[in-house]
Design a protein around this ligand. Structure first.
Ligand code: ATP
Length: 357
């Protein structure tokens, strides 16, 4: 069973009159990796800085275990922090950078040396102690920043967009390394990111934020498959959004087409709704068929993503609304899918998401 490590209770933050965080409440469990995910300016970094004690909340409380730490100094919180910009001291060697947080904590020279060697080993750079930051690549510098954050055995690790300055390959490696290390150490970790792929691939739970509020908290699978709001559906992954009118509790008129879902919804006949549908939630049919949820469209263009493609279709029966479908590369070859050709598909009823307008 998960145990609560940190509780954020009704946190608010204003800069002057500008509300940056609005009534944030959240429990962070011991040993989990939690990601704050949201668009630029939604308040992720401010929330992380309040947790770190680098910024004061305007109101609300932070409870760690059974202690109220709402006004504790950053030093008293014993949290390790890694920023996007590495923030290494250019005039200090790598070993001195990693040791920096230990020097004022009454460690002996010998124990500092041992701890630094241990940490450089952990982050895969055992021979770099005598080098300077300028001699290291971006990915290596971020590993050093991670080693420095871990040096004083923090209770909580805070990562503020740690990977966003790195190129795609290095980012992918470091993602895996951070996850492995975090699980190995059982270290409760909060990471801020605006990159949905990063959050979905790394987090135990994702906190989706928008305009200073929490829209949804859930596992990566939950926030992707069962988004709580149109914002979450739209922000995480690709999604088609179709205008429709309720014709029955579980049937919706979208242009000439009736789209059915398995469960009754609490809408009235004639209500306007938005239907959300992921590009992968359709079945490509070899030939045209009649009935609900079946449709034919003309391919406007095809975007290639390696093993997958996204085909954008203009569909007459959907009142000319466009729809994006995901196809495997094999389907593209087998069905001879080409721009200008028609494609028939069935929308999976159980995957249609309905939101009021
Ligand atoms: P990004 O992904 O771009 O870093 P974010 O979600 O982390 O965005 P924050 O950095 O927390 O967002 O900023 C939230 C809002 O608060 C922004 O509109 C920002 O301009 C504002 N803000 C942040 N710090 C201050 C400050 N010290 N004074 C005034 N406004 C601030």
């Amino acid at each position: 069973m998960s145990t609560s490590y940190l509780q954020l209770i009704n946190l608010n933050k204003k800069f002057g009159k500008f509300v940056v965080l609005n009534d944030i409440s959240l429990t962070i469990n011991k040993g989990e990796l939690i990601c704050f995910l949201g668009p630029s300016g939604c308040g992720k970094t401010t929330l992380l800085r309040i947790i770190a004690g680098l910024e004061k909340q305007s109101s609300g409380m932070i409870i760690q275990g059974d202690k109220n730490i709402s006004f504790a100094s950053p030093a008293d919180r014993n949290y390790g922090i890694v920023f996007q910009s590495y923030a290494l001291f250019p005039n200090l060697t790598i070993a001195d950078n990693v040791a920096y947080g230990l020097v004022n904590r009454k460690y002996t020279k010998e124990s500092i040396k041992k701890r630094v060697a241990e940490l450089l080993q952990v982050v895969g750079l055992p021979d770099s102690g005598s080098k300077y930051p300028s001699q290291m690549s971006g990915g290596q510098q971020q590993r050093i920043a991670l080693a420095r954050a871990l040096a004083a055995s923090p209770d909580l690790l805070l990562l503020d967009e740690p990977l966003s300055a790195l190129d795609a390959t290095v980012r992918q490696h470091l993602r895996n390394e951070i996850c492995n290390l975090q699980k190995q150490l059982g270290l409760t970790t909060i990471m801020v990111t605006h990159d949905q792929e990063e959050a979905l691939s790394m987090a135990d739970r994702v906190v989706v934020m928008n305009h200073g509020t929490i829209e949804q908290v859930g596992s990566p699978m939950e926030v992707y498959s069962n988004p709580a709001s149109p914002f979450v559906a739209d922000f995480i992954g690709k999604v088609n959004c179709l205008d429709a009118v309720v014709s029955d509790g579980n049937a919706f008129k979208c242009g000439d087409l009736t789209l059915q879902i398995p469960q009754q919804q609490h809408f009235n006949k004639g209500d306007k709704v938005k239907l959300y549908l992921r590009p992968e939630d359709t079945i490509i049919e070899p030939s045209s068929i009649d009935g609900h949820n079946h449709c034919t469209g003309r391919i406007k263009h095809i975007e290639f993503f390696g093993s997958n493609c996204i085909a954008e279709l203009s569909v007459d029966h959907l009142a000319n609304q466009s729809i994006q479908l995901q196809l495997s590369l094999n389907q593209v070859y087998d069905l001879k899918v080409k721009q200008g050709e028609t494609l028939t598909f069935t929308v999976r009823p159980e995957r249609i998401m309905v939101f009021p307008l």
